[in-house]
Design a protein around this ligand. Sequence first.
Ligand code: ASP
Length: 338
Amino acid sequence: MKRRKFIQNTSLSSFGIVAGATVIGCKENSDTAKTSSVPKEKDTVVKTTIPIVIATWNVHDSTAKAWKVLEQGKSSLDAIEQGCMVEEANAEGQSVGIGGLPDRDGNVTLDACIMNKEGNYGAVVYMQNIKHAISVARKVMEDTPHVILAGKGAEQFAVSKGFKKENLLTDASKKAWEKWKKTSQYKPVINIENHDTIGMLAIDKNGDISGGCTTSGLSYKMAGRVGDSPIIGSGLFVDNEVGAATATGLGEEVLKTVGSFLIVELMRQGMSPQKACEEAIGRIVGKNQNYEHFQVGYIAINKKGETGAYSIHDGFYVTTYVNDKNESTKPVFFNKKG
Ligand code: ASP
């Protein structure tokens, strides 16, 4: 299934997430999400092995690359960067890097962030003309005293570091934008079909966790709009003592609930990654009567390599590479009505 073609229908079925040969026990738990109360630990999540990499959507090539890096004994930070770069370089993918769908003025603008085992973080927001946003984010983290660079400043910094400027608007994305303009009349699109970001979390052979998130953001967004993906605690959070989480979907809702930080803090209190993802979705659903009209999905991993994933609607996919198996699965979801 193409990442951009998700959530046309919702079904009653739910699926366990399979990590290697291990089925992660994660029953659908809409009561938890509705009440947004802190659930009691009942579902036990089966431990996987490390190294492990987990990512939002069907991104087998990206997880395969990250796995290779982990297998070589390199750091989870290297794995995240190189894994995300694969999709950023894929011109056919219309949500990340080159080929990303533009904002409503026809400009492709990228958001990305990366976080390492020391809790250091780097991000670029609203950056144009440079496809490897994840690598520029890493340079911001490693080579500047800052954590976020935006717009022109991010682009100039990237060029100063040797990144090549190129036109990120492919013919296919330009055509899609032109088609959208005819019918949309510049109304903001808030639906459930035009989000998909790569959020990736990895644990290396040393047991150290890193994460990254890269996206062209909400398609046909207003010029200047920044989503959750590059914002620490919202689109991504990593605490090497505890675990990590990352998000995809309508960034405004993730930002308002600081979702990834929430999930990591819930795991710190002893909650499983699965329950913590359900709780974070519950916070969003509890505050939005119109949740039927947008999607948010979370994935999480804890220090032991246990994983979790949950979304508001059906159609969210997660790719996990562990125990030499690279598999996409469909997590359980909140909205069973469709
Ligand atoms: N979360 C991203 C944003 O709001 C979009 C996505 O996940 O596709 O920018």
